[in-house]
Design a binder for this molecule. Sequence first.
Ligand SMILES: N[C@@H](CCC(=O)N[C@@H](CS)C(=O)NCC(=O)O)C(=O)O
Length: 199
Amino acid sequence: MITLYHHPRTRSSRFIFLLEELGTPYEIHRITNIRRPDGSGEVDPGNPHPHGKSPALKDGDTLVWESSAIALYLTDRFVQNGIGPVVGDPLRGAYVSWLSYYAGVMEPAWMSAYMKWEVPRGMAGWVKTDDVMAFINATLAKGPYLLGEKFSAADILVGTTFKMFMGSPLLEPTPLLEAYVKRITDRPAYARAQAKEND
Ligand SMILES: N[C@@H](CCC(=O)N[C@@H](CS)C(=O)NCC(=O)O)C(=O)O
């Protein structure tokens, strides 16, 4: 049985969405507490994540953590709905690149912009958000998804992140990005996941 360790309105929410897309049985284990940026909250001792974060996933005795790893693990493990190109698929390279790009470039770029950290170009392992957005806009202009015609778990990570930040100082809404977010969040699996958010 797949167990998703979930705390409402955190990065784990998107894995309810992915699990609904995959159509495989799973259970949600509610993480009772996490640390908050204001210093409140604490680690739930029942959370198997090595740093007490959300999400974590267990497949029997196998523990998976880090969002991109969970996305890749699940789409490799449950291939039936084709949500992630598998080894041998010509889109596999782009798929694993987008998952790694999300974790290793996009999130650090946004976090450093949010914190107003000036990161010297060419030194950090990531680029500035303007560069990220130029690349994403160019990709989605060919779209409709990051992998072209194919929807994947990479769109779940990127599309739900855009939904959260759209209109904030970090992400200016554009017709292209708004249409992309709508395309992702109009999916029936997203609505099913929203209904389970507080489970
Ligand atoms: N890199 C991790 C980040 C997970 C993360 O930081 N989750 C936040 C909630 S959205 C959390 O659990 N924060 C509590 C803490 O950092 O202790 C991933 O993508 O899975």
